[in-house]
Design a protein around this ligand. Structure first.
Ligand code: SPV
Ligand code: MN
Length: 624
């Protein structure tokens, strides 16, 4: 190791920690760590390896630092983010673009020099009287083609603890890293804190992606979506890396559906926040591989997906014993769980939709809370935040697929794009082809806004493959990468779902109906049942759904329910096409395939309309 680093490191850390760095001795990593010390001026530095002792130290530190507080059940802690720091913040999340480079104008960006200067000013001295933590992790299964080594620097033990639950350990992999090998790195600083250990200067929250250096810098925030480097900060870097190398990085769950005679069928699904993503990945009787991020590669002539993560950072709102039994049990028994932004009373966590009486006072994201209280912005408050979450590890999930860490990933039979609308799309439909699915389901995905992104709720927004917030290239290029991927092998079928159709203001489907849609997709993936041509995709026949409702939910599925749910709503489908044509008119590089698929969809829907009217019962459609 070069002498300058050696002197600097030895002055800030124990001999043991120094030895851990000396065993790595990667110039780029050492330079990044040295710069963080010089800039942020920590009182001391702790370097963790992959040992259980180091992981336990971080867990304890989160409690000693008062970033987490133990709850009554063993292994449970609660963490609070600041009142104004309850979700990702798009406005302050920017790409740093170097001189001479350009980026698509739809992406939030600023000149690199300016961004680095601002970030360094905000982070200068930010670790005063604090301990800097140096952590090594791995995205994807370690020592595989999927693996991306990552180096995280932070002064937040909550961030490092969350990463221990959510990601695979990566110190050993760093020791073996060849010089010049690519890795991702992050530097997060909490900034000045208030008495609740949340950032005082939340208006100076910044998240800057220095993508030409595979680096993300963030400051004055605790919320995991802004601080946990390996989650959404990495996804943006991974999308660019995948583009350079010819694979795909997606905002998708991976799950296994169990078909007839022990058949295992894997699905990946992209659902914008709060559209039923985790609950689809967690359907009782099926198996989860991962709930948020997937990398796709062609391996041995197969389309395969690996879980990027090792755990779940899930929305806790509406998790209850009836709707999400597996998660609910995990959250109410002794396992390692970090609850965030729930209500705590007498060391017990409470959240909206848990199906239990919620106390009228306690500690929550507002501090000391009482029913009827307004927040510092004058807005009404809730007992727990709608975006309150839990963090748990895969190995604690009873329904984890034993093969979830397969070094080759898992073979994908279907991709699901899950939108949210009350009046347009049927609960489940299948695309005619990969191109049709990517263009009219993935690239036309829409959802009503929810609490996971700060801003107005309840507005229908376009969200390409549910990856819009994380695109680090133009929309056209990203869609094209999806269209081109794995073109010379058999690709998965593509499906679209919508769990949120309404009639007279009430939902047309129960929360558990998604279990039936998944079973139908499983049968379709193997061409076991026929389907009806609805002009914008293929939909189930009543005769196939009726026995599935009986088998999966023990429900009698009525013809009327089927008609209400699967009527083809031509005016609404055409209105959606109008919206999408307007949207894509503003995209500079809309792929020709996208224009062709939209035009063909319009022709099919117009033809159906002229033959059968505006609202077509599924009983009037032909099987294909
Ligand atoms: C999402 O909002 O899509 C999440 C949570 O998975 S966050 O970490 O905020 O991105
Ligand atoms: Mn997500």
């Amino acid at each position: 190791m070069n002498e300058k680093y050696e002197t600097l490191f030895k002055g800030k850390m124990s001999d043991e920690c120094f030895a851990k760095l000396a065993a790595i001795d990667n110039d780029e990593a050492m330079e990044f760590i040295a710069h963080a010390i010089e800039l942020c001026e920590p009182e001391s530095v702790f370097v963790a390896d992959d040992s259980d002792d180091d992981v336990a130290y971080i867990r304890r530190l989160a409690i000693d630092n008062k970033e987490e507080t133990p709850l009554a059940i063993e292994g449970h802690t609660v963490h609070f983010d600041g009142y104004f720091d309850q979700a990702r913040k798009k406005e302050v999340t920017k790409y740093l673009v170097p001189d001479g480079e350009t980026m698509d104008s739809k992406l939030n960006q600023m000149p690199r020099d300016e961004g680095i200067k601002e970030m360094e000013e905000l982070q200068r001295g930010a670790y005063h009287r604090r301990r800097m933590l140096v952590r090594f992790f791995c995205l994807g299964p370690t020592d595989t083609i999927f693996a991306i080594p990552c180096l995280q620097i932070t002064d937040s033990a909550y961030v490092a603890h969350s990463e221990d639950l959510l990601y695979r350990r990566g110190y050993e992999a760093f020791k073996d890293l060849p010089a010049g090998a690519e890795f991702f790195k992050y530097r997060h600083a909490t900034g000045e804190v208030d008495e609740r250990m949340t950032s005082k200067n939340y208006e100076l929250n910044r998240v800057y992606m220095d993508y030409t250096r595979n680096t993300v810098l963030s400051v004055n925030t605790q919320y995991a979506g802004n601080t946990v480097g390996l989650k959404k900060l990495s996804l943006r870097l991974a999308i660019r890396k995948a583009d350079r190398e010819g694979w795909l990085a997606e905002h998708m769950f991976i799950m296994r559906s169990n078909g007839p005679n022990g058949r295992k069928t894997y699905f990946c699904g992209a659902f914008p926040s709060a559209c039923g993503k985790t609950s689809t990945a967690m359907i009782p009787g099926e198996n989860i591989v991962g709930d948020d991020l997937a990398y796709f590669r062609v391996i041995d002539g197969q389309f395969r997906a690996a879980n990027v993560e090792n755990g779940i950072f899930g929305i806790i709102t509406d998790v209850n014993a009836k709707d999400d039994p597996v998660i609910y049990e995990l959250l109410t028994s002794p396992h390692e769980v970090i609850f965030s932004n729930v209500l705590v009373k007498d060391r017990k966590p409470y959240w909206l939709g848990m199906d239990e009486e919620i106390p009228s006072e306690g500690i929550n994201y507002c501090g000391e809370w009482k029913e009827g209280m307004t927040g510092p912005d004058g807005r009404p408050t809730t007992p727990s935040h709608k975006n309150a979450r839990y963090t748990v590890q895969m190995s604690d999930l009873k329904n984890a697929d034993p093969d979830w860490d397969n070094p080759k990933g898992l073979p994908v039979s279907g991709i699901i794009y899950g939108g949210r609308d009350s009046d347009t799309s049927v609960p489940v439909r299948e695309a005619y082809s990969w191109e049709h699915g990517i263009c009219t389901m993935g690239a036309m995905l829409e959802s009503e806004t929810t609490s996971a992104t700060i801003g107005k709720e309840g507005v229908r927004v376009w969200n390409v493959m549910s990856n819009m917030d994380f695109l680090s290239m133009s929309v056209g290029q990203y869609i094209n990468n999806n269209l081109k991927f794995a073109a010379d092998i058999q690709r998965p079928k593509v499906f679209g779902t919508n769990y949120f159709l309404k009639k007279d203001g009430s939902y047309l489907n129960g929360k558990r109906d998604k279990a039936v849609w998944v079973k139908w997709m499983e049968l379709r993936a193997h061409n076991d049942v026929a389907a009806l041509d609805a002009g914008y995709g293929l939909i189930p026949e009543y005769k196939d759904l009726k026995p599935l409702f009986k088998q999966v939910l023990d429900n009698e599925y009525s013809k009327q329910d089927y008609i209400d749910q699967f009527t083809v709503r031509i005016p609404e489908c055409l209105a959606k096409l109008d919206r999408m044509e307007d949207v894509y008119a503003t995209v500079n590089d809309t792929p020709q395939a996208m224009k062709d698929e939209m035009a063909a969809q319009r022709r099919r829907l117009e033809k159906l309309k002229s033959e059968k009217g505006e609202y077509i019962s599924p009983f009037d459609l032909q099987p294909v």
